[in-house]
Design a protein around this ligand. Structure first.
Ligand code: EPZ
Length: 432
């Protein structure tokens, strides 16, 4: 177990390359199960979540080779239809194996993913989707046991849940439907860029999917899919995180390369509304960010894409903590996703959290304190705060960050930050 030592106050400068998207890679890696031909996926970030997915695919019987960012997967007939608990429990997103396993083998046994610190992570919409295509679903010994002995048959499914659309639920239904008999229409589909990237990957494999990126996706079932090559889209949440870093911790501003302007609309708009500079190049694949002279507080109401993403509210809360005025953050998707606030308060932030809303009163500056990472994005918020704080901060449980940020410490060091990853002898001791 590692911890990150961050010496605050060093100003960032220069340029950083953003990695491929973790949240696009995970369903695309799972979709490799849909064909017995080899697929090659490039720019898969080397983070623990994608490594878990690769381990699960190998355990199922697929052959997986990884060389730097490119992953080659071949899933021969006879691969297993059940994933092991000890792998699945590590990553809730393993639920996105459901669709491809059902499409390929018409049966699967998947451990029910546990909850996590950002809240209960139900799978009722995933179950609704696969039942609609004709599968029978039972819960047995903590596993989802799903069978469709007569195969899957296309139909229309409304995927809206109490908290709006579901990203991985939409992915699962799309992946289950590509080999189903007939046509499937997904109503209230998620519009995230990662859903569009998966649809593009599936169409390269020979699927017939229309409307990805809109609320209605139509999938015409086909007999079989073939191998293909694909490069995943840039990680918009990593990009957003570095945009906030360039505004919180730099006098000159910084440049991010390998981004996609189209995917950063809500994030860029909020930073501009708060008085900061966000300038994309002509191609929209590079962006320069710099703190405004008179930054102002702001308001976030997270909602499904293209609105402001829940995965970016913690990072923006770190910036709001040192922005004059009162800012408000309400997370409509994960109302409990405020673990970072108590840690930021240890660093001197002035935040009140009440029923899914954080009220942040900007302070002059933050001060270093030993803090605990909790979930992936909360941990990123602590790194941002530590970079801006006075003194040296120790961030424990670094594994949370390693789930979704590729070489974060190296990237920050290349921008001039003084950070150091060291073994954490205290890790695992009883919490105070
Ligand atoms: C994806 O999770 C992302 N993960 C999450 O990013 C992201 O926060 C989330 O979408 C929302 O944008 C990946 O793509 C791997 P949902 P997902 O199903 O698909 C409720 C990160 O930090 N819901 O879109 O699992 C759910 O409780 C991670 O990278 C049901 O009620 O999220 C939530 O309130 C964290 N029933 C809302 O829908 C279901 O069956 C949206 O969840 C499924 C979801």
């Amino acid at each position: 177990m590692d911890k990150l030592i961050v010496e605050g106050g060093y100003k960032l400068q220069g340029t950083v390359n953003i990695s491929g998207s973790k949240n696009a890679s995970l369903p695309i890696l799972a979709a490799a199960l849909l064909t017995d031909e080899p697929v090659r996926i490039s720019r898969v970030p080397d983070v623990s979540d994608t490594n878990y997915m690769i381990q699960i695919l190998s355990q199922l019987g697929a052959s997986v080779e990884r060389s730097s960012g490119t992953v080659r997967i071949e899933s021969p007939d006879g691969i297993s239809s059940s994933a092991s608990y000890d792998q699945v429990r590590k990553m809730r997103a393993s639920i996105c194996l459901l669709g491809p396993m059902m499409a390929r083998m018409h049966r699967c046994t998947l451990p029910l993913p546990g909850g996590c610190v950002i809240g209960d992570r139900p799978v009722d919409l995933h179950v609704r989707a696969i039942q609609a295509l004709g599968a029978r679903v039972r819960v047995k010994g903590g596993n989802l046991v799903i069978e469709a002995p007569n195969g899957l048959v296309g139909t229309t499914v409304d995927m809206r849940g109490d908290n709006g659309p579901t990203v991985l639920g939409t992915d699962n239904l799309m992946m289950a439907a590509v080999l189903a008999r007939g046509t499937t229409v997904i109503e209230s589909a998620a519009r995230e860029p990662e859903v569009v990237d998966l649809a593009n990957f599936l169409n390269k494999m020979g699927a017939r999917i229309e409307g990805a990126g809109s609320r209605t996706i139509t999938i015409h079932g086909v007999e079989r899919l073939h191998g293909c090559e694909h490069t995943v889209i840039p990680d918009r949440i990593e990009a957003g995180t570095f945009m906030v870093a360039g505004i919180m911790c730099s006098d000159t501003g910084i440049t991010l390369n390998r981004v996609c302007e189209e995917h950063l609309g809500a994030i860029s708009a909020l930073l501009r509304e708060c008085g900061h500079t966000v300038n994309f190049n002509e191609a929209g694949d590079s962006v320069f960010v710099k703190a405004g002279e008179k930054p102002t507080s702001g308001k976030i109401l997270t909602a499904p894409y293209p609105a402001y993403p829940t995965d970016m509210q913690a990072q923006m809360t770190a910036l709001f903590s040192v922005t004059p005025g009162i800012s408000v953050v309400k997370d409509t998707i994960f109302p409990q996703r405020f673990m970072h606030c108590s840690e930021l308060k240890r660093m001197g932030a002035n935040i009140k959290v009440d029923s899914g809303t954080a009220i942040i009163t900007g302070v002059e500056g933050l001060s270093a304190a030993p803090v605990m990472a909790s979930d992936l994005r909360a941990s990123a918020a602590l790194v941002l705060a530590a970079l801006a704080a006075e003194g040296t901060t120790e961030i424990h449980r670094l594994y949370h960050i390693d789930r979704g940020y590729e070489m974060l410490d190296d990237k920050l060091m290349s921008l001039g930050a003084h950070v150091q990853r060291v073994p954490d002898p205290d890790e695992g001791k009883a919490e105070l």
